[in-house]
Write a protein that binds this ligand. Structure first.
Ligand SMILES: NC(=O)c1ccc[n+]([C@@H]2O[C@H](COP(=O)([O-])OP(=O)(O)OC[C@H]3O[C@@H](n4cnc5c(N)ncnc54)[C@H](OP(=O)(O)O)[C@@H]3O)[C@@H](O)[C@H]2O)c1
Length: 230
């Protein structure tokens, strides 16, 4: 299952997984964008479910569409720039609901329904913002680093079923998320010793994290940033 599959990283990861033979449940809010992803999935038996993951009933509906999942990738997310001094409760709540509550409670629903298979892999899309400070990214950064706490505890709780729980922390990748921040995107290039990354770079990390090649890796996050953090 890939959330946020109607755009950007989630869309690309879904397409790459299908090319590797995975049978997918893809989900997003926007029906026509989700259909565009669906149309690009190689192979047969894929399912698409439109859902707003901040709404409990829609999460439950999505969870009911799944059984025996080998992998779960949480890509749905939003980024908004706002210095803490100008922060409103409304914006903070939105960041919490989309970037933290939704992936955590979807995972909870799937685990409670025993919908994740033994030796399955759960992957949360984090960000380098979970590891470093960035002016104006406080609410986003807080939610992504909060997920690191969930990852560590859940990894311990699920180890008995050999279900692994990890994160991927990419730096800047040009996706629709950056459409309104084109100027910032250009500035970002300078702080990446290896240059900016691509959708494929992150998809390759996700493939590793979901495959048995990472069978001994749990409770951690893979920073993919072309050296930006160092
Ligand atoms: N791009 C980067 O530079 C970057 C770097 C580090 C981490 N990330 C993380 O990677 C993930 C994907 O980002 P992206 O760049 O691919 O962004 P994107 O192109 O804007 O895609 C965001 C996805 O999240 C979905 N989404 C947003 N709110 C939702 C909600 N309430 N319910 C269900 N789905 C929702 C969107 O669905 P609809 O389009 O259908 O509304 C879309 O599929 C995010 O978690 C982001 O924080 C991105």
């Amino acid at each position: 299952m890939v959330t946020g599959a109607s755009s950007g990283l989630g869309q690309h990861i879904a397409i790459r997984f299908a090319q590797r033979g995975a049978r997918l449940i893809i989900t997003g809010r926007d029906k026509s964008r989700l259909q565009t992803t669906y149309d690009q999935l190689k192979g047969e038996g894929h399912v698409q479910v439109t859902a707003n993951l901040t709404i409990a009933e829609e999460r439950t509906f999505l969870a009911k569409s799944a059984s025996n999942l080998n992998g779960l990738v949480h890509c749905a997310g939003i980024q908004k720039h706002c210095p803490i001094r100008q922060l409103s409760e409304q914006l903070m709540t939105e960041m919490y609901q989309v970037n933290f509550l939704a992936p955590v409670m979807l995972t909870q629903s799937l685990l409670q329904a025993n919908a994740i298979a033994q030796q399955g892999s759960i992957l949360f899309m984090l960000s380098t913002a979970a590891h470093i400070g960035t002016r104006g990214l406080g609410p986003y950064s807080a939610m992504k680093s909060g997920l690191i706490g969930i990852i560590k505890c859940l990894a311990l709780e699920q180890a008995k079923r050999k279900i692994r729980v990890n994160g991927i922390s990419p730096s800047v990748i040009a996706t629709p998320m950056w459409d309104v921040h084109q100027e910032l995107l250009t500035q970002q290039k300078a702080r990446h010793p290896l240059g900016l990354g691509t959708l494929d770079d992150v998809a390759n990390g996700a493939i590793y994290m979901l495959s048995d090649a990472s069978r001994w890796v749990t409770g951690t996050s893979l920073v993919m940033d072309g050296g930006a953090v160092i």
